[in-house]
Design a protein around this ligand. Structure first.
Ligand code: ADP
Ligand code: MG
Length: 238
């Protein structure tokens, strides 16, 4: 793994029981994602995109192969170690923001620090800064039902930034949004990847916005089809 890769999958296979046999959700997938770069992952429904993210997030153990997140080989970790690694290093953004209805935008972010065992006024300061960064400084005290779909997704993104992740995993973030809002969400994810320097994998159906990202990889039947530029895994020099 190169020094700057925040995610490295090597020969990853994930099998599910399927009747008498097995279904290969991931079939010998190898991939490196460097810090500060964003990869689009595209492919038909059922091709293994969400499975790849779940394995990278250490939510699912692969059947074989290795998963290295921010320099840590996850195969050596027990469940508690994986949870600690995930909370400390991985940001997750799904299609549905899954915000808590009773909490304000600010509280949605602060509670993630509480879950990490952090109780400090600094949590509020950081949450305010991040909400400002995603364009929601006027909405910090609003509840989810008072926000638009695009605003809810921005809260979701700001929340994922609270833990200062090294790796950001994003699954269909724009599936519920119109074209214009989708474009602004993808642009925001690109900007945040640059600014914070984490590595991002974004699963998307919106091939319109793929050119905004650094590279695109296609999946089919659990296999990663080539298409990554040869220099994607290398250090950015500009
Ligand atoms: N928990 C599971 N149990 C059994 N099969 C699963 C499970 N999750 C996903 N699969 C299967 O694995 C394959 C890949 O699924 P998924 O990763 O969700 O694809 P995508 O996100 O590209 O639509 C599909 O055939 C799906 O039915
Ligand atoms: Mg999926």
């Amino acid at each position: 793994m190169s020094a700057t890769a925040v995610l490295s999958l090597a020969g990853v296979t994930l099998e599910y029981p399927d009747g008498e046999g097995t279904l290969k959700a991931l079939d010998d997938v190898s991939l490196e994602v460097p810090a500060g770069r964003i990869l689009s992952l595209v492919g038909p429904s059922g091709s293994g995109k969400s499975s790849l993210l779940a394995v990278a997030a250490t939510l699912i153990r692969p059947t074989s192969g290795s998963v290295t997140v921010a320099g840590t080989d996850t195969s050596a970790l027990d469940d508690a170690g994986r949870t600690t690694l995930r909370r400390g290093k991985v940001g997750l953004i799904f299609q549905q923001p899954n915000l808590l209805p009773s909490l304000t935008a600010l509280e949605q972010l602060v509670i993630t620090d509480r879950l990490r065992g952090l109780r400090s006024p600094a949590s509020f300061t950081r949450a305010m800064e991040l909400l400002d960064l995603v364009g929601l400084s006027a909405a910090v005290n609003k509840h989810p039902h008072q926000l638009s779909g695009g605003q809810r997704q921005r809260v979701n993104i700001a929340r994922a930034l609270m833990g200062s992740p090294a790796l950001m995993l994003v699954d269909e973030p724009t599936a519920a949004l119109d074209h214009e809002r989708s474009e602004s969400i993808v642009k925001l994810l690109v900007e945040l990847t640059r600014e914070f320097g984490f590595g991002t994998v974004m699963v998307t159906h919106d091939t319109d916005f793929v050119p905004l990202t650094d590279a695109v990889a296609g999946m089919r039947d659990g296999r990663l089809r080539s298409g990554l530029p040869a220099d994607f895994g290398r250090v950015r020099t500009e």
